[in-house]
Design a protein around this ligand. Structure first.
Ligand SMILES: [Zn+2]
Length: 253
């Protein structure tokens, strides 16, 4: 699985030491997971490879993250990353409004600064927001202090304890620091990655990615970006239709 955006691999070699620093017990099952993880890293280091659903063993390696919501509530949690965006955000808000669904918007601080009215509209229409860093930084390539400072900068614009790491790239150390202190943040990943960012796939494939994996409790990820719009804009209505058909409410986190 690629937890993140194009070119991402789940974890770089430098992060391997995080496993051990994290104090994971070297049990046979842990070693099995890590060896599987190493193979996966090699696979994912190739550009633009990812899986639509997040594997159980990645979830187990990062239990502090929220991957899914309770399945006993008939609801799906749609999330939209990288906005606000002057075209995508109004479209998404209009569409969600037409269906009476709520969602969560993981905003980039710089985009909130550029489009404050759109950010306010997200809140005014009853959706929730989360922090997606100020400059869309990859945690893997950024020292902890700089990464956390960038999140704090975004936090001055985005009032939320929800955080989603850009590209899904975050180290154990960063995750630990974010989840502690006087204002701990909850890190939200996803269970279904639509692949809307992937220009190689058709809208039909993007829709199938979601339809084949979405269920009650799913956290589904879309993007509000130029690159994602050709697919996201075409599939969103079909996804909302299916949620209605299944009796699933669109809930914010
Ligand atoms: Zn992003």
């Amino acid at each position: 699985m690629r937890v993140g955006l194009p070119g991402a691999s789940w974890m770089q070699a430098t992060d391997a030491k995080c496993f051990w620093q994290c104090g994971l017990v070297h049990s046979p099952s842990t070693i099995w997971i890590l060896s599987k993880h190493a193979a996966w890293m090699a696979f994912l280091s190739l550009p633009m490879l990812y899986t639509v659903s997040s594997p159980w063993w990645i979830r187990r390696l990062f239990p502090a993250c929220i991957w899914e919501m309770p399945q006993d509530i008939p609801a799906v949690y749609l999330t939209f990353d990288d906005g606000p965006h002057p075209v995508a955000t109004p479209f998404v808000l209009d569409t969600l409004g037409a269906y009476g669904m709520k969602a969560t918007f993981f905003c980039i601080g710089q985009n909130v600064l550029a489009y404050p009215d759109l950010y306010q509209r997200i809140l005014d229409e009853g959706h929730s927001v989360g922090n997606h860093t100020h400059r869309h930084l990859s945690g893997w390539n950024t020292p902890d202090a700089d990464y956390l400072e960038d999140i704090r900068t975004a936090g001055r614009l985005i009032s939320s304890d929800l955080f989603r790491p850009p590209y899904g790239r975050i180290t154990f150390s960063q995750l630990r620091k974010l989840g502690s202190g006087s204002a701990p943040m909850r890190t939200v990943m996803w269970s279904v990655l639509s692949g809307d960012f992937d220009a190689r796939i058709s809208p039909e494939k993007c829709l199938r990615n979601v339809m084949d994996h979405m269920k009650a409790g799913s956290i589904v990820t879309f993007h509000e970006s130029e690159k994602s719009m050709p697919r996201m804009i075409k599939v969103l209505c079909y996804v909302l239709d299916e949620m209605k058909r299944q009796g699933w409410e669109g809930k914010k986190m």
